[in-house]
Structures are given as structure tokens and as C-alpha cells.
Unconditional design. Structure first.
Length: 257
């Protein structure tokens, strides 16, 4: 079995594959101060709870945007799963060429999403990841990561809103019944959700116009992406497993080569 891990700023998402079949998808919070034993014990506990024997994990591949935890995290995997994980970076043979002045600064999660997006689109694509940050990545017809836009994530914007305004409460992010709100909570929900929809539609349109890839296939992922994808025609596909599948594809590519 293959364990794929996406280490994000807010959550760590894990997926266990047997071949192309995703047997389970799990999440744990990203925490800066955990020991290798804590990470190893938690991962094994999650797997066992889902009736997956940790001893059956033969390989591990990780994309991480949180370098501060990686020494303890990878040490925990080595000690508890008895395998050395593969860490994705711009230098990894992912099949994606990063067109950037400094490819090493490109987030591994974006490279992985580009690999998965290109595998789906078989041509130009725009991948939108609604996470702690909302990222828009342009993939060219030859599996090139050509451009990106990075905006505050919806929840990040929300925390900034209620954290910076004393009379605004913390709210659950969901689409209200109408954009014409009659109370504070609905007004905040409308601003965040409809604002994100408008931002998505404008950015996608401008990316297509300026790149010339007018038929680019648009794929969304990330926890809150489901809300946005349901409300706009500019997104062709919502795939919550995109990053995990991208990690699987990269692992299979490396294994074959």
C-alpha cells in the first residue's frame, strides 16, 4: 500500500492507496510542536482505526508547505512505518516543468496539483485550491506550470474579518439564502462566499484571456472549494482528492523510471 500525505498550513491530509484505489482519506491538524513519536503514534492510530494495518504501508510520499515540522514528521514515519518517505520538491521528477525564475520556491502542493490536473485535462488547465490560501495555477499544453495567482483563503479572510472587528462574531462559512442579508451573520457569510465566487470567476476569465488558453479545463479542490464550485459555471470539476491522486501519480512515475 502507498501512503500519500499533503502537509498544509492548517491540516495534514493522508490517503492510503492500493493501486489506483483510495482505501481511506484522513485528516489531522497541523501543529508545529509535536515529537516524532507523537506523529508516528497518531498516524498508526488513525490507520488502525480504519482497519488498515500500518505494516502493510510499503511506501510514503509527501508534499509539504510546512518545513518546520518535517524533521519530526518524517522521523516519526521512519520509526513507526519503517519506510523512508519521498519528499516532493521542484527537483523531483513529477512530469511538471515549473516555469519560474526560482522553481525551488514553488510550493510542492502546487506542483502535485498541476500533475493531477494535467492528467485529468490532457491539456491546458487551471487548478484552484481553496485552502489556507486560495491558489490559481495555470498548466500549459505540455504539462508546464506557467503562472499562478495567490489570494487569501476564504476561512483566512473570515478570521481576519472577525479577528479585526470587535463587533463581528466568528461564523460558520456557508452560502446564505440570499445576497441581500438582513443580519450580521448572513451579511458576513454573503461577503465571504459571494466575494469568493466573484473573485474566482474574474480571475479564471482573466487567466484564460491573457494566456490564450480559452478552453482551459478548470478544476477546483480544497475543503471550501465544494461551496464555490456549486455556485459557478466557470469550474468544470470539483475533486477533493486531487492532491492525493497527484501524489500517487508522481510516485508511480518515479517508480517506473
Amino acid at each position: 500500500m502507498l501512503l500519500t500525505i499533503d502537509v498544509g498550513n492548517t491540516n495534514i491530509t493522508l490517503g492510503v492507496f492500493e493501486g489506483e484505489i483510495l482505501l481511506g482519506m484522513f485528516r489531522m491538524t497541523t501543529k508545529r510542536q509535536r515529537t516524532s513519536d507523537e506523529y508516528g503514534y497518531m498516524i498508526c492510530g488513525i490507520l488502525e482505526h480504519r482497519e488498515i494495518d500500518p505494516k502493510e504501508i510499503q511506501s510514503v510520499i509527501i508534499a509539504s508547505v510546512v518545513p518546520d515540522i518535517m524533521y519530526s514528521f518524517t522521523s516519526g514515519i521512519i520509526k513507526y512505518l519503517d519506510t523512508t518517505p519521498l519528499l516532493v520538491s521542484a527537483e523531483t521528477d513529477t512530469g511538471v516543468q515549473v516555469l519560474s525564475d526560482n522553481p525551488s520556491r514553488t510550493g510542492p502542493d502546487r506542483i502535485v496539483n498541476a500533475a493531477a490536473g494535467y492528467a485529468i485535462a490532457k491539456g491546458p488547465a487551471i487548478v484552484i485550491d481553496f485552502g489556507t490560501a486560495t491558489t490559481y495555477d495555470l498548466i500549459g499544453p505540455d504539462s508546464t506550470l506557467e503562472a499562478c495567482i495567490i489570494a487569501p483563503g476564504i476561512e483566512t479572510a473570515g478570521r481576519s474579518l472577525w479577528g479585526g472587528a470587535a463587533m463581528l462574531p466568528a461564523i460558520q462559512i456557508e452560502k446564505p439564502d440570499s445576497i441581500l442579508a438582513h443580519d450580521t451573520v448572513s451579511g458576513m457569510q454573503g461577503g465571504l462566499v459571494f466575494g469568493a465566487i466573484g473573485q474566482t470567476e474574474y480571475i479564471v476569465r482573466k487567466m484564460k484571456e491573457e494566456s490564450g488558453y480559452t478552453d482551459a479545463y478548470v478544476i477546483a479542490t480544497g475543503g471550501l472549494g465544494k461551496i464555490i464550485a456549486k455556485e459557478t459555471d466557470c469550474i468544470d470539476l470539483y475533486d477533493p482528492r486531487l492532491t492525493l491522486n497527484g501524489l500517487r501519480l508522481i510516485y508511480e512515475r518515479i517508480k517506473e523510471n
